[in-house]
Design a protein around this ligand. Structure first.
Ligand code: ARG
Length: 287
């Protein structure tokens, strides 16, 4: 009799079970690149507005096709980055911690998202510290992984922990191409369903100490290659089984398949011109 190898390899035989999700998105009606606040943005590289709209609609239709709920917030004229709904706050179980943007160009988005959340019944804590919502906060199991270094301040990590009554693990980002946590880590399984929490990440985006933290907390995590991270492959959205991710991240998709996930590739090239992709366009209302 042979020993079943898969059983000795963590995660491989974990059943992947989709849980229906609730998302908030913002149509790219005013999306363009007219300022540069991250290395991806080049004001001389124009956005194809029609193509951006098609790509965004295909992403929304992908979520709807997977059975998820997608709410929409009205875009504001003059706020080209408002399409990146992940940055509008962090919502967990009826409570929300509002966003306070690092750059004045995006400042008005904070209030718009907070108003929408309040109007829809969420108890919003108004932030006094700089933070960019789910761009730098990832809900995982009973805790929150929090990024700092480019946008969100360390003080905001503490404020979020208090606002949402959850422990926070602070992680330091060191590579300007990966200026938000949600382009350096993908949550594959949030640990609130059948399986253990599971992530993929690009170690090079983090300080040595934070790499050590991630190794300790997630010894079995998928290590994403630099090429896939540069394709914004980690800017993915998972329902526990289906992982919606940029189509160019092909090796990451293969690793996901090996672990029993179903990769769902999408094209969001126009949004990469602004440094964003799947997850950036999606705020999740976590249970
Ligand atoms: N152009 C936007 C910015 O630099 C992109 C935001 C991407 N959002 C995200 N959640 N990573 O702020």
């Amino acid at each position: 009799m042979t020993v079943l190898d898969a059983r000795t390899v963590p995660h491989v035989d974990t059943p992947r079970i989709a849980r229906t999700r609730h998302y908030l998105m913002c149509a790219p009606s005013y999306f363009e690149v007219v300022y540069a606040i991250n290395p991806w943005m080049d004001v001389t590289n124009p956005v194809d507005v029609g193509l951006a709209r098609q790509q965004w609609e295909a992403l929304r239709d992908t979520y709807l096709g997977l059975g998820h709920r997608v709410d929409l917030i009205e875009p504001l004229p003059g706020q080209p980055d408002m399409v990146f709904a992940a940055n509008g706050g962090l919502v967990i179980g009826g409570r929300a911690y509002g966003a306070r943007f690092r750059f004045p160009e995006r400042a008005a988005e904070g209030g718009a998202y907070a108003t929408w959340l309040t109007d829809h019944g969420y108890r919003v804590t108004e932030p006094s510290r700089t933070n960019e919502g789910e761009g730098d906060f990832l809900a995982l199991g009973s805790m929150i992984l929090a990024g700092t270094g480019f946008r969100t301040s360390l003080e905001a990590h503490i404020e979020a922990a208090e606002a949402l009554d959850r422990p926070v693990v602070s992680l330091e980002l060191v590579d300007p191409r990966f200026y938000h946590l949600d382009v350096a880590i993908a949550v594959l399984d949030d640990g609130n369903g059948a399986g253990p929490a599971d992530i993929a990440y690009f170690p090079g985006a983090f300080s040595r100490h934070s790499q050590r933290t991630l190794r300790d907390l997630f010894p079995d995590a998928i290590r994403c290659s630099e090429d896939d991270a540069r394709a914004l492959g980690l800017n993915a959205v998972s329902d526990g089984q289906h992982v919606v991710l940029p189509a160019a991240a092909t090796s990451l998709a293969a690793s996901l398949r090996d672990r029993g996930y179903t990769p769902v590739p999408v094209e969001l090239g126009e949004f990469m011109k602004s440094g964003g992709s799947v997850k950036c366009c999606t705020m999740e209302m976590h249970r």
